[in-house]
Design a binder for this molecule. Structure first.
Ligand SMILES: Cc1ncc(COP(=O)(O)O)c(C=O)c1O
Length: 429
């Protein structure tokens, strides 16, 4: 039996190039779009995504995404729709909700959010109140736009305040957050991040929320799969509401999910529909049900453990090659590399990685002197590479490649090594 994280070749895929016969129906009608779809398949197959927020969902999830449910309007919730013909849609949504509740041991699930951002908007809409105070993590420290950043609707429709991390260690300072919360008195306190590689102390956040009478929202968009598999601690039982995306470590279709205690269920459901969205994307809801089913299996649990083990190995290998890793390592799927002291910005390294066939993203580091367009860091993650079948030893190869790119070697000289990994570990098909 193949071990998780060991390379394998899946049926129907022989090289990292996508088959040219793909999308025959689209091709017969619209060759322009078919060409673009094939180009993207080839791009994904022949480059390695180390983007921490990306993954490759299973063919079963993809098939559900392209099902006839895309044609079905189902505004409302199971048993209370605003359209006829929802008897199958009801069963699909009930199944997705039940599996989500089982997966995370949650009291209530709303599977309709189109994305992580609309999930957060819906929760704030439901629970912060008009112009209500919202305290979240600053984008520059690793937080997300939808946690009250001024360019986001969450920073315009509510009264935001942001907390940061220790500029030296990159770690959350819980007592400082407590002081800010005591002074600001938020209606909703948000924890969770886009770029924080360590476990978050949800009990500490719950304690702060309780002290100031705030509702605690934990956004686990990134590590949701690791939480589901029990690889890291869960906010359930600490947070009043939990939001996430379904397409990152959870390896489902693009979308959002909200979990809550029964106490907040009604308000949250109203916050999603009619508060922030119209009809749910029922094909995506079906695909979420498939993904939740997959995440309940032992195979998925083994995958999630491998994702974290690979990130730890990658961080260690980069440290061994003399690189500074934000917070000194990782507890999750994510590694943030501090490039200060090197010639290149995060934007430069992102571009150089592309020439080597690696897909990564530039990222701010705590106390970053550069702009968000340049940055002094990069963020990498192991979820997608582990899905493809890369193993622990491959993390050393990737550390070598990144090291060479960061230190100024010609990125093209690294391309063959990345291509060999892609060849050996094809996309799921
Ligand atoms: C912490 C966090 N919340 C929310 C989101 C938003 O998700 P989406 O892009 O689906 O709106 C992200 C996306 O990266 C995220 O990292």
């Amino acid at each position: 039996m193949r071990e998780v994280g060991q390379s394998r070749r899946l049926p129907g895929v022989t090289t990292h190039s996508a088959p040219s016969s793909s999308f025959p129906i689209v091709r017969s009608q619209d060759p322009t779009v078919a060409d673009l779809l094939i180009a993207e398949e080839r791009r994904q197959a022949s480059t390695l995504s180390l983007i921490a927020s990306e993954n490759h969902c299973s063919p079963a999830v993809r098939e559900a995404c392209s099902s006839v449910l895309t044609d079905k309007y189902a505004e409302g919730y199971p048993g209370a729709r605003y359209y006829g013909g929802c008897e199958v849609a009801d069963q699909v949504e009930d199944l997705a909700r039940d599996r989500a509740k089982q997966l995370f041991a949650a009291e209530h699930a709303n599977v309709q959010p189109h994305s992580g951002t609309t999930a957060n908007m819906a929760v704030l809409e439901a629970l912060a109140g008009s112009n209500g105070r919202v305290l979240g993590m600053a984008l520059a420290s690793g937080g997300h736009l939808s946690h009250g950043h001024k360019v986001s609707a969450t920073g315009k429709l509510f009264e935001p305040r942001q907390y940061g991390v220790d500029p030296d260690t990159g770690l959350l300072r819980y007592e400082e957050i407590r002081e800010i919360a005591k002074e600001f008195q938020p209606r909703v306190l948000i924890c969770g991040a886009s770029s924080y590689p360590r476990e978050i102390d949800y009990a500490a956040f719950a304690d702060i929320a309780k002290e100031v009478g705030a509702i605690l929202l934990a956004d686990i968009a990134h590590p949701s799969g690791l939480v589901a598999a029990g690889v890291i601690g869960s906010p359930i039982g600490h947070a009043d509401v939990v939001t996430m995306t379904t397409h990152k470590t959870l390896r489902g279709p693009r979308g959002g999910l909200i979990l809550s205690t029964q106490e907040h269920a009604k308000k949250i459901d109203s916050g999603v529909f009619p508060g922030g969205q119209g009809g749910p994307l029922m094909h995506q809801v079906a695909a979420k049900a498939v993904a939740f089913g997959e995440a309940l299996t032992d195979a998925y649990k083994a995958y999630a453990h491998a994702v974290r083990a690979h990130a730890v190995r990658l961080a260690d290998a980069l440290i061994a090659r003399g690189h500074n890793i934000v917070t000194g390592g990782t507890d999750t799927h994510m590694v943030v590399v501090d490039l200060r002291g090197h010639e290149f910005s995060g934007a430069d390294v992102e571009e150089r990685c592309k020439l080597a066939g690696l897909s990564i993203n530039k990222n701010m580091v705590p106390g970053d002197p550069r702009s968000p367009r340049q940055t002094s860091g990069i963020r990498v993650g192991t979820a997608a590479a582990t899905t493809r079948g890369l193993g622990p030893d491959d993390m050393d190869t990737l550390a070598d490649v990144l090291d060479a790119i960061i230190r100024g070697n010609d990125p093209a000289s690294q391309h063959a090594r990345v291509a060999a990994l892609c060849d050996r570990a094809p996309l799921p098909a």
